[in-house]
Unconditional design. Structure first.
Length: 223
C-alpha cells in the first residue's frame, strides 16, 4: 500500500489540496477539461475549503460525488449539500456540478438519467475516496445487496445500493468507474481507520471493498 503519513490533519489537508490542484491543472492543460470525483461524509470538508480558493480554470472542471445518500438536499446527511457548501463556492463556484441525486422516491427511478449525465465526464481525472471503519468506500458496503454486481468488471456506471450499515438507500459509482480514474487518493483520519485500511489489504473485496483501490491509490492518513 502506498501510504503517506502526515504529522497532523491540517498539514495533510493542505498537502492533498495542493496535489489535487496540480493534477487538475495538468488535466486541464492536456485536455482542456477535467473531472474531480469526491467523497461525502465527515472527512473531506477541509480539503474542499482549500480547493475552493485555488486559482484554476474551474469553468472547465466537472465535479461529482463518489456516492449519494437518498435524502433530500436540505437533509444534513446529503453529500450534495456538503459539496455545495464547502467546495462549489469561492473560485470553484464556476465548476459544473454533475448531479448524483434527483428528487425521486427511490434511487432506482433516477439511475438512467443520472448515468446519462455522468458518462460525458468519464474517465475521472482526479478521484478522492473516503472510507468508513467498516472498510466501505463510496457506497460499496460489505454485505450490501448489489455489491457483487458493483465490483464486477462489466458493472454499470451507477448502481442503487442498500446495506445494513448504510442508513438510507444509496447510489454509488461502480468499482470499474472508480478504478479507471487517472489519479486516485484515499483520505482517512484516526487510528480506527488506519487499522481498517491495513486490515483491508489482501482481503476479499466482498469483505473489504476499499481494498479494490489500494493498488492504484495513494492513501493519505493523519491521526
Ligand atoms: O457514507 C459515507 O461514508 C464514507 C466515509 O465517511 P466519513 O464520514 O467516515 O468520512 C464517505 O466516503 C462516503 O462518501 C459517504 O457517503
Amino acid at each position: 500500500m502506498n501510504l503517506v503519513e502526515y504529522p497532523d490533519r491540517d498539514m495533510m489537508m493542505i498537502a492533498l489540496a495542493g496535489t489535487i490542484a496540480g493534477q487538475l491543472g495538468e488535466a486541464l492543460r492536456q485536455n482542456g477539461r477535467a473531472s474531480l470525483c469526491v467523497p461525502g461524509g465527515s472527512t473531506p470538508g477541509p480539503v474542499f475549503d482549500m480547493l475552493s480558493a485555488v486559482d484554476l480554470d474551474w469553468a472547465n472542471v466537472s465535479v461529482f460525488l463518489n456516492d449519494e445518500r437518498w435524502v433530500s438536499e436540505d437533509n444534513p446527511r446529503s453529500n450534495t449539500r456538503l459539496l455545495r457548501q464547502r467546495l462549489l463556492t469561492g473560485k470553484a463556484a464556476a465548476a459544473t456540478l454533475v448531479p448524483m441525486h434527483l428528487d425521486t422516491d427511490t434511487p432506482e427511478e433516477a439511475l438512467d438519467r443520472l448515468s446519462n449525465g455522468l458518462r460525458p465526464h468519464l474517465p475521472i481525472s482526479v478521484l478522492i475516496l473516503g472510507m468508513g471503519a467498516d472498510m466501505h468506500t463510496a457506497s460499496l458496503f460489505p454485505g450490501a445487496d448489489r455489491l457483487e454486481e458493483a465490483l464486477s468488471d462489466d458493472a454499470p456506471v451507477l448502481l442503487a445500493m442498500r446495506a445494513e450499515g448504510a442508513g438510507e438507500p444509496r447510489i454509488t459509482l461502480s468499482a470499474p468507474v472508480l478504478r479507471d480514474a487517472m489519479h486516485s487518493h484515499i483520505l482517512i483520519t484516526g487510528p480506527e481507520k488506519r487499522a481498517a485500511i491495513e486490515r483491508a489489504e489482501g482481503r476479499p473485496a466482498a469483505e473489504a471493498p476499499v481494498g479494490q483501490f489500494l493498488g492504484n491509490a495513494t492513501v493519505h492518513w493523519a491521526e
